[in-house]
Ligand binder design. Structure first.
Ligand SMILES: O=C(O)CCC(=O)C(=O)O
Ligand SMILES: [Fe+2]
Length: 386
């Protein structure tokens, strides 16, 4: 295929690649070609900042800074080193988004499926307020919360109402959640203004700010695939995107003895990307290689001010598994835990099908084309046992 991006050509012509997992071949290439990614094989940071850099074709201005480091809990570091880790001057790779195209760093981050996003433009104070308001909501009496019980995938889902891993025999995941969907369609349910003044406004502002950060990140993803940066706009995915805030509350030690009870049982996210903020209480784990048995789980530490981003199933389908949706879970926390996930799913009518540049005779599409709403509905059905 003559118009394939060079790096995909490289991976498909890599010795034995036809029989192998495509991503394995790519990572090999990166390790050979890119000394930085060879040195640091684990955690990836993608930084996107507004305002600097040349104007791109869509009129946005931003630079991206990528760096890689380990996903394993860090070895004890001196304060000085810790500062370096957070500011990462030596590992930062500033790079303008329009030209030259994204470096192997970015592709490595995306292939990996789980990374941190910093300098994302979402106001830190706002994030704090969202956590406060989330705690205020979950502290309401259960009768009040149940008045907003989940309808049209908006509103309150009680403890054990969801099971993200439908193969488990447990009664459900030990978390409660609250969903806020697209702001324009009037389907959202909101707590009473007199109970929680400014709740709705805080959530709406957060929704808009994270949507904007996610949109920029998607243009990085598009560019890293050598597509136009507005590919996800043009394909209709971002035309009224099906994006959701999920406020999550894990109540802490519930004294359950069942081994099958998780805070959130193992799953991959369904959509394009998820931007996750947590209160810092541990519990989140990922399994890098979902096809490997037995599964190996690693803790994901949270990083102040950063979103933990993971790639969802739709991007995996579009890219024919080049960018993976990562299996993850939350252990039942001993201590109360809050998190806020933002799921960016494509518009319901968007057809998700293997990109031409991600398949060849040797690597045929692994998934048939699918309408986004059909895929999501099936996953919701399994999660909620409908
Ligand atoms: O609470 C977390 O840290 C992760 C939640 C999650 O994976 C999800 O809601 O899909
Ligand atoms: Fe998730």
């Amino acid at each position: 295929m003559s118009d394939q991006p060079q790096w995909i050509k490289e991976c498909t012509t890599h010795e034995g690649a036809a029989d192998r997992n495509l991503t394995g071949a790519v990572s090999k290439q990166f390790q050979i070609k890119d000394s930085e990614s060879a040195r640091t094989t684990n955690q990836i940071h993608v930084e996107i900042s507004a305002g600097a850099g040349p104007k791109t074709s869509s009129g946005m201005r931003f630079n991206q800074h990528i760096f890689l480091s380990t996903l394993q809990p860090q070895k004890p570091r001196s304060e000085k080193k810790k500062g370096k880790w957070l500011n990462y001057p030596s590992l930062t790779c500033p790079h303008q988004i329009a030209s030259p195209p994204p470096t192997p760093f970015v592709r490595h981050a995306l292939r990996h499926g789980f990374f941190y996003l910093v300098n994302h433009g979402v106001d830190e104070e706002l994030v704090k307020k969202v956590f406060e308001q989330s705690s205020n909501f979950f502290s309401l009496p259960i009768e009040d919360k149940m008045k907003l019980a989940r309808k049209n995938h908006r509103g309150y889902a009680a403890l054990y109402a969801e099971k993200l891993d439908p193969t488990l025999s447990s009664k459900g995941d030990s978390k409660e959640s609250f969903y806020i969907g697209p702001l324009a369609d009037d389907l959202n349910q909101w707590p009473l203004q007199e109970d929680l003044p400014s709740w709705k406004g805080t959530m709406e502002t957060y929704y808009q700010q994270v949507l904007s950060a996610g949109t920029k990140l998607l243009s990085v993803i598009a560019l890293s695939l050598k597509l136009d940066e507005d590919f996800f706009e043009k394909t209709g995915a971002l035309n009224e995107p099906y994006a959701f805030i999920r406020l999550l509350h894990y109540p802490g030690d519930l004294g359950s003895s069942s081994e099958d009870i998780y805070g959130a049982s193992a799953h991959s996210d369904y959509g394009m990307i998820t931007l996750l903020a947590t209160d810092g209480v541990p519990g989140l784990q990922i399994c890098r290689d979902k096809s490997k048995q037995p599964q190996v789980w690693e803790d994901v530490p949270s990083m102040t001010g950063a979103f933990i981003v993971n790639i969802g199933d739709m991007i995996e389908r579009w890219t024919n598994c080049l960018f993976r949706s990562t299996l993850h879970r939350v252990l039942p926390p001993r201590q109360e835990r809050y998190s806020v996930a933002f799921f960016m799913d494509p518009n319901k009518d968007c057809i998700v099908e293997c990109l031409e540049s991600c398949c060849s005779e040797a690597c045929p599409p692994r998934f048939p084309p699918i309408k986004s709403s059909d895929y999501l509905q099936e996953r919701f059905r399994l999660t909620y046992g409908l």
